[in-house]
Write a protein that binds this ligand. Structure first.
Ligand code: AMP
Ligand code: FE
Ligand code: FE
Ligand code: ZN
Length: 294
């Protein structure tokens, strides 16, 4: 599915701007992320855990020690007119009151929703809320989600892998599924802008996670509020969708980014499988409120 013909970086010569660690639903630490990105010869990497900045300090420490460039970011849970949307945000002030409040409320909503889903699952499967919490590698600092429920079901012997659980009881089409109450994408764009960061729509054409995608008009509305870019280079976007998104990015003067959506062993996505050009990263750094770590 991923072909270099549809990416504007040759392998290894760019930045991976979409990566998860143990601070959300990845299986590896921020230090391991940075070390792996460096060993692969990438130009730099971004840490983008779901709805948190909790992994930034660890990632920064390793990046500085190794002299490896790091962008700091997050993948923010949102919705737009019932369409579930993930927004990548980079280089914003992590202490901005709007950001702090946004993450606090989404993380609280995630816990409530996860508990509700687990009580549904517990009727049919041998798992409890404690089993799910045991899968959160950083305790309270971990942003909990369905991957931790999936891991608990694997530990209980119900499924062999996380992906199998996502194809089964954890799927958004299953009777156990409950969506996470989320801020609107418009609000996320506004808050990130206010915090001095750059927002990018993550995997805008990934039909494997969304039956309904953001329309071009919805994207245009977000651009008017300050949206910075589109994640065109992502395995969830088909070659056709990539061409369409590139056209839209050109029309709307948006940054074009790429990332693997690496989750360590939690997903088949390989670190560096999709990349962002150096000049695009330089523009994100130029616009951002915080310094590049290197
Ligand atoms: P949630 O935000 O709690 O609804 O969980 C969705 C998260 O599950 C996404 O951020 C993905 O990273 C992860 N995910 C979705 N599908 C899969 C899959 N097939 N295998 C592993 N992780 C997945
Ligand atoms: Fe994830
Ligand atoms: Fe996502
Ligand atoms: Zn992601």
């Amino acid at each position: 599915m991923v072909s270099d013909e549809y990416n504007d970086c040759t392998p290894g010569t760019g930045w991976d701007l979409h990566c998860h660690t143990v601070f959300s639903d990845g299986t590896e630490t921020p230090a391991q992320l940075v070390a792996l990105a460096s060993s692969l010869g990438l130009h730099g990497v971004a840490i983008t855990d779901h709805d948190t900045t909790a992994g930034w300090a660890d990632a920064r420490q390793t990046a500085q020690a190794q002299g490896f460039p790091l962008l700091r970011g997050s993948e923010i849970t949102a919705q737009d007119d019932h369409v579930s949307v993930h927004m990548l945000a980079y280089q914003y002030d992590p202490e901005n009151a709007g950001i702090v409040e946004l993450f606090a409320s989404t993380r609280a909503a995630r816990v409530t929703r996860a508990k509700q889903m687990v009580s549904r699952l517990a009727k049919d499967f041998p798992i409890s809320w404690d089993d799910v919490l045991r899968q959160a590698k950083k305790g309270d600092e971990t942003t909990v989600g369905r991957p931790h429920m999936a891991d608990a079901l694997v530990a209980a012997g119900v499924y062999r892998t996380r992906s199998e659980a996502f194809a089964g009881a954890i799927a958004s089409s299953s009777k156990y599924y409950i969506p996470t109450p989320s801020p609107t994408a418009l609000r996320v764009v506004e808050v990130v802008k206010e915090a001095g960061g750059v927002s990018v729509v993550a995997h805008p054409a990934d039909y494997s996670r969304n039956k309904v995608l953001l329309s071009d008009d919805q994207i245009r509305r977000l651009v008017r509020a300050g949206l910075g870019g589109l994640e065109v280079w992502h395995r969830g976007n088909s070659p056709e969708a990539r061409r369409h998104l590139l056209g839209l990015a050109q029309e709307l003067d948006l940054l074009v980014t790429g990332g693997s959506d690496w989750h360590g062993a939690g997903k088949p996505n390989k670190l560096g499988e999709n990349l962002t050009r150096d000049d695009v990263v330089a523009e994100i750094v130029r616009r951002g409120a915080i310094k590049l770590v290197s």
